[in-house]
Each structure stands twice: as structure tokens, then as C-alpha cells.
Design a protein around this ligand. Structure first.
Ligand SMILES: [Zn+2]
Ligand SMILES: [Zn+2]
Ligand SMILES: [Zn+2]
Length: 333
């Protein structure tokens, strides 16, 4: 019997379509032929093909925008938002409301190695990428005009990646985006009702239940949420209650790197490396007290189903893979 499941963080419903249940192996997309011989702007030696670096992890005896780096952060060549614009500056405020597009749009080149990805990297290499996320997250938060930084990774062309070279992106916005605002409001409601953090409760219940667990160690728990919107969706939560990614410790980030490695490796080896989006959600920089009610996390959303008219019309997702099946898939190693 199909089931409608409620997702309290987004206050949305998901249809778990058990009637047409799909085992993870049913999704395996064909491997794409590799593109050879193209000049990759993210490969070492091609540093001049990107705007000048904002930050890099590189030996002291190397100069900016030259090879030798381990991680390199550069502004997006075609930024969605502009650091030069005046944050909050009103352009129009009548029926048509607009403000200047202030913000930042940066690309995090996670490794000099074009051929690698989280699935084939070592945990300490993934840790460097996560540390660079945190450095930029904190750095941009010092700008009083910015409210939030969305860090995300588009893996594979279907998920929105235009270059193969392993990279993630960030877009800092002068206002709190609506998806995060909804999570903050909804978990605030949960806190008002239960006196507890929704994510701490979810983590505890998922560990006890066990069927949707995907990975865990002493710092991080990964599970397939009860009302997963996407087949094989995974949430990664720190065990420690923290509202902001900015305060995550090196040990926590190392555990998170291990979790990302294990989960993406499973997708890589068993499902031919499907496209996915990876999102970081963390409390906004300022305005509002989310200390007790919000809990930072990562969401990994494999893109093996198509978002189409029904999803756009209703905000309701149809997921043909029950998260219990997904949990079993990730645990079976
Ligand atoms: Zn490359
Ligand atoms: Zn919590
Ligand atoms: Zn979230």
C-alpha cells in the first residue's frame, strides 16, 4: 500500500510509492563516456583560467594562482550575486519589490586531482574540503550585510555540474532563503511544543529504530529520513547539538568526511556513480535565536528520479524507494 509520510522539518508530505517500489539497483544509470583532452580550468597549471583565488590551502613557498595547492577557492566566473552590490539597497518597493543582488558566489575546487571524487578520496582529503567550507562559511559571516551562506555540491551533469573536476560551490545571500527559513520556523514550532530539538530527537529515534540507519560513529550519524523525498536520500547529523556548522570541531569534520566517503563510495560502486546534490543547512549568521531549536546537517539527494509537474505543482514528492530499503542498501557492506 502506498503511504503518505509527513516530514516535520519542511512540513511537507511525501508519497512513498511502495506499489512500484524500486530497489536501488533499478536506478543504476549508464556510465557516461569520459570527456578527454579538454582543458579543465580547475586543473593545476590552469589557474589563470579562473578569477584570482579568494583562499587556498597551499605550501608557504608557493604563490597565489599557481600550482601546489590542495584546495583552491575562487569567485564564480558568472556569479549569481555580486560582492560589489550594496546589501539591502532597495531598487523598487511598490507592488514590484526588488533589492540589489548583493552576496557572494564562489567555487571550492576540492582537490588538484581531476579524476577523484568523495567516493574515491581518502577521508583526510575530504576533510580538507570540509575545512575549506567551514573557513569560507565563517569568513563570509563576518560581513554584516550577509545573512546566510548556502554551501552545496552538484555531482554529475543531471544534478547541475558543468565541469567534471571535483568541486562544490557557495552562494552567500543578504537574506535568509525560504527553505532555511521554513526549517528554522518548523523546528522552532517543534521546540515550542516538545521542548526539544527535532534533529536530536530524530537522531535518537533513528538509532533506536535502526532500519533507516546508513552510517554512524561516535561523532556523526547518517540515516535515510522517514519521509525521504528522493530515493536513497541521506541526512548527516552531528551527535552533538550545535546550531551552526561554524563551531564543528576537527574531529566532527573528520567523522563527517568518513561518512561522506562511505555513502558516496556505496553509490559509486553499486549504482555507477549517480548524480546527486549535497546541501549544508546551518543557522543563519544573525537575527533570531536558534541555539536550542536548530541543528546543522547535510542532506544528500540522489537525482535518479525526475522532478516534474506533480512536484512543482504540489511541493509533494513521489519516492519509489522506501527509506528502509535505502538504509539496508547503505548498511550492506
Ligand atoms: Zn580538472
Ligand atoms: Zn539538536
Ligand atoms: Zn535541511
Amino acid at each position: 500500500m502506498p503511504e503518505l509520510r509527513y516530514e516535520p522539518v519542511t512540513k511537507t508530505w511525501v508519497i512513498i510509492a511502495t506499489e512500484r517500489a524500486k530497489r536501488p539497483s533499478n536506478f543504476a544509470p549508464p556510465r557516461l563516456p569520459r570527456k578527454e583532452g579538454q582543458e579543465c580550468p580547475f586543473c593545476p597549471g590552469n589557474e589563470k583560467a579562473t578569477p584570482p583565488e579568494v583562499m587556498a590551502y597551499r605550501p608557504k613557498d608557493t604563490v597565489p594562482d599557481s600550482p601546489g595547492w590542495q584546495v583552491r577557492v575562487v569567485p564564480n566566473k558568472f556569479p549569481a550575486l555580486n560582492p560589489e552590490a550594496a546589501a539591502g539597497a532597495t531598487i523598487r518597493r511598490d507592488f514590484f519589490h526588488a533589492v540589489e543582488g548583493a552576496g557572494a558566489h564562489e567555487v571550492i575546487i576540492e582537490t588538484p586531482d581531476h579524476e577523484r571524487s568523495f567516493a574515491t578520496q581518502e577521508a583526510d582529503e575530504i576533510l580538507l574540503a570540509l575545512r575549506s567550507w567551514q573557513d569560507r562559511y565563517i569568513g563570509l559571516g563576518e560581513n554584516r550585510n550577509l545573512a546566510y551562506t548556502q554551501i552545496f555540491k552538484n555531482h554529475g551533469a543531471v544534478a547541475g555540474a558543468s565541469l567534471e573536476h571535483p568541486h562544490s560551490q557557495l552562494i552567500a545571500t543578504p537574506l535568509v532563503p525560504v527553505t532555511l527559513a521554513a526549517e528554522l520556523a518548523n523546528t522552532g514550532d517543534y521546540y515550542a511544543e516538545h521542548g526539544r530539538c527535532f534533529f536530536c530527537d530524530a537522531l535518537e529515534k533513528e538509532e533506536r529504530e535502526g532500519s533507516r540507519l546508513a552510517w554512524r560513529d561516535e561523532n556523526v550519524v547518517a540515516f535515510c529520513p522517514f519521509a525521504s523525498r528522493f530515493p536513497l536520500e541521506v541526512w548527516f547529523l552531528p551527535r552533538r547539538h550545535q546550531e551552526s556548522f561554524a563551531v564543528a570541531t576537527k574531529a566532527q569534520l573528520f567523522s563527517l568526511a568518513g561518512a561522506l566517503q562511505a555513502i558516496t563510495r556505496r553509490l559509486f560502486t553499486e549504482m555507477h556513480d549517480p548524480p546527486f546534490n549535497l546541501l549544508l543547512h546551518s543557522a543563519p549568521y544573525r537575527g533570531g535565536d536558534y541555539h536550542a531549536s536548530y541543528h546543522w546537517h547535510l542532506e544528500l539527494l540522489p537525482r535518479v528520479t525526475i522532478i516534474a509537474g506533480f512536484e512543482l505543482g504540489t511541493g509533494m514528492y513521489i519516492n519509489p524507494t522506501p527509506p528502509e530499503m535505502a538504509g539496508e542498501f547503505y548498511r550492506a557492506e
